[in-house]
Design a protein around this ligand. Structure first.
Ligand code: AHR
Length: 631
């Protein structure tokens, strides 16, 4: 039997308890959340013509060359020069194709410059299907002899998952082209050059308490030169310097040689997204150590200053007055009001004395200038290993505020760690469970599934996170997004192709917890103990004072339905009708997919409730959320 003696609580649940972690892995940014449809739009990938195809007769005398003005335009040095003789066709393949929807409006733009004295040139812009038939088209006449941006919009006449962009030129002379871009009009909040609406809507439905960005390993880079540098991701879009993605060709069996970061989705856009979602922004910055799974390359301590300065400048960018240099850039980009940044992370999954000595320098500098900024530090990726223990011990000595712990492990590990924080040090740093996901096969195995067994074990673990909300202040599943045809890591919370996205069972677990977060943890017992596995039950209880509700979250991990009494303290009065939301599958291997996106999805039902004697019906292999209205 469960027991909840009273509604007294000494434990506040932080509004940041359930958040999301965005990393540009699995084509999550370019080719995913960032709605740009043209891949390698400014010819800056390592191979400048990657994703572009010249589609002309062999005898066509026209010629396309790539010009590199490294000395004049270091941030975006390349552009294409077409020496046109009659006509010429160029195709862009998009990100494993371009997703086009019948009746939707598409906005094309291009920077062009015609050679002085050349006659105007005709440019036909078309989306074509696999049979090379037009499914939407527009025309432009190029007449400008100084760089200028031209735009055209058109409506698609058919739905196509793998369309291509076809540009056809007619005329004679030399034409320079750069930043060739195509976006749907229907982006999130209809922002030009914005984000994919269906994906942001799924993020919004999570009601996340925070948004951690931009990674993950991409923060660190395989070598320091490839680390994520936020300053190169803000300002005018054509002046953001592209970078190879750290997940480019990482795994032989999932080659993605075309994985680069254009930073159209950069730090300004991440802050804006955090604001849109009502989530605290949590940027993570390089601490001067490259990914320790690659080179682990280090910047010497006496060369660390620029890294530290990046952190200080970022805070100014987010929060500074518009009279400051970085605050002014924020205002110029369209957001004079501060973003009200409260958290900043130093390093991702780094460990050892090298991390600690660098962390100390960051902490000193940040706190000297911004004493209220909460700094997130890390303990490395191997919970309870030697490195982890070392970092945890040192960070405790340093009075670190919030430590990022990551767990990628088996479903069994998640079940048996539901009590992980019950006996954790209450005098140490607070916990950010910044990356976790149950792995059905092995860490990052390509065969991992987002199956119900994994999701259910995460739910059980999360009751433990919630019960320990006095020390666990932030949590996030990882990774968040994956393109069905261009991924490097499984499992992932939301899968998408070029037309659609679907939520996994793991997503629904996250959503049920975060949509029913409450604000106080209550003392729920199963027998005399918290429910951490006895009878394969896991449970937590919270009070939601804003809605005057008592919320129970109960996982029945057994393969049998169980009916359990709950005894409420005599002063707890609830209404006779309550709601039970059930997420369940009898098949632990069951998954959602594009063809059955809601195979496993929350089911709502009204149940009888009683303050005196109430039975909780717990279906086999289920997560239940009980919402009990207080009188
Ligand atoms: O989530 C995928 C990767 O796992 C992250 O980039 C890294 O932090 C962790 O090792």
């Amino acid at each position: 039997q469960f027991q909840l003696k009273n509604l007294k609580s000494a434990i506040d649940i932080q509004p940041t308890m359930w958040g999301i972690f965005f990393e540009d892995i699995n084509f999550a940014a370019d080719g995913g959340l960032y709605a740009e449809m043209v891949k390698n739009r400014s010819f800056e990938f390592d191979t400048p013509m990657m994703s572009w195809q010249e589609a002309n007769e062999e005898s066509n005398p026209s010629e396309l060359v790539i010009i590199n003005l490294e000395d004049l335009k270091p941030e975006n040095p390349r552009f294409a020069r077409l020496k046109l003789k009659g006509n010429y066709t160029l195709l862009n393949e998009g990100f494993r194709g371009m997703g086009v929807k019948n009746g939707d409006l598409y906005n094309f733009s291009i920077q062009t410059k015609l050679q002085k004295g050349a006659a105007p040139m005709r440019m036909k812009i078309a989306l074509v299907n696999a049979a090379n038939e037009e499914i939407g088209a527009a025309e432009l006449m190029v007449e400008n002899t100084a760089w200028s941006t031209m735009k055209a919009s058109f409506t698609a006449k058919a739905t196509e998952e793998k369309a291509k962009l076809r540009l056809t030129f007619e005329g004679e002379g030399e034409l320079d082209m750069d930043m060739i871009s195509l976006f749907p009009q229907d982006t999130w909040k209809q922002r030009p050059g914005g984000l994919r609406k269906d994906i942001v809507e799924k993020l919004e439905a999570l009601q996340p308490g925070f948004l951690r960005f931009p990674g993950g390993c991409i923060v660190e880079g395989r070598v320091l030169a490839e680390r994520y540098q936020w300053k190169k991701t803000v300002g005018a879009i054509d002046q953001r310097t592209g970078l190879v993605n750290r997940w480019n060709t990482e795994f032989d069996h999932r080659l993605t040689p075309d994985y680069f970061q254009t930073f159209g989705l950069g730090f300004y856009e991440y802050f804006l997204l955090s604001e849109d979602l009502g989530a605290e922004a949590l940027p993570i910055l390089s601490c001067g150590i490259a990914c320790q799974f690659n080179t682990g390359e280090l910047v010497p301590m006496d060369h660390l200053d620029p890294y530290v300065q990046d952190a200080l400048d970022l805070i100014e960018f987010a929060n500074g007055a518009t009279t400051t240099a970085w605050g002014k850039l924020r205002a110029d980009m369209g957001h004079p009001e501060p973003f009200n940044l409260k958290y900043i992370g130093v390093g991702n999954e780094q460990w050892g004395p090298q991390y600690i000595e660098r962390y100390i320098v960051f902490e000193k500098a940040i706190k000297a200038k911004y004493p209220d900024m909460i700094i997130v530090s890390g303990t490395g990726p191997f919970p309870d290993g030697e490195d982890f223990d070392y970092a945890a011990k040192e960070l405790k000595k340093l009075n670190a505020e919030l430590v990022d712990e990551h767990y990628y492990n088996t479903p069994e590990w998640f079940l048996s760690n539901a009590n992980r924080y019950d006996a954790y040090d209450r005098n140490g740093p607070k916990i950010f469970a910044g990356e976790y996901a149950a792995q059905s096969v092995a860490i990052a195995s390509p065969d991992n599934k987002n199956n119900w067994q994994c999701a259910l074990s995460e739910a059980a673990f999360m009751t433990g996170l919630e019960r320990n909300a006095d020390i666990v202040h932030m949590t996030s599943y990882a990774p968040l997004l994956a393109h069905a045809e261009a991924w490097q890591w499984t499992p992932d919370m939301i899968w998408f192709n070029n037309l659609e996205s679907y939520a996994t069972p793991n997503y629904y677990v996250q959503q049920l917890f975060s949509n029913h977060a409450g604000n106080k943890v209550l003392d729920l017992k199963y027998g005399k103990q918290p429910a951490t596995g006895a009878d394969q039950l896991y449970a937590s209880a919270v009070l939601d004072e804003a809605n005057n509700q008592l919320i129970l979250k109960v996982v029945n991990a057994s393969d049998k339905d169980q009916d359990k009494l709950i005894k409420l303290g005599s002063d707890i009065k609830i209404n006779t009708k309550a709601e039970q939301i059930i997420l369940q599958s009898k098949d632990l291997k069951a998954e959602n997919g594009f063809s059955a996106p809601e195979h496993i999805a929350p089911q709502h039902k009204t149940i009888e409730a009683s303050s005196k004697k109430m039975t909780l019906h717990l279906p086999a292999q289920s997560l239940s959320i009980f919402k009990l209205d207080l009188q």
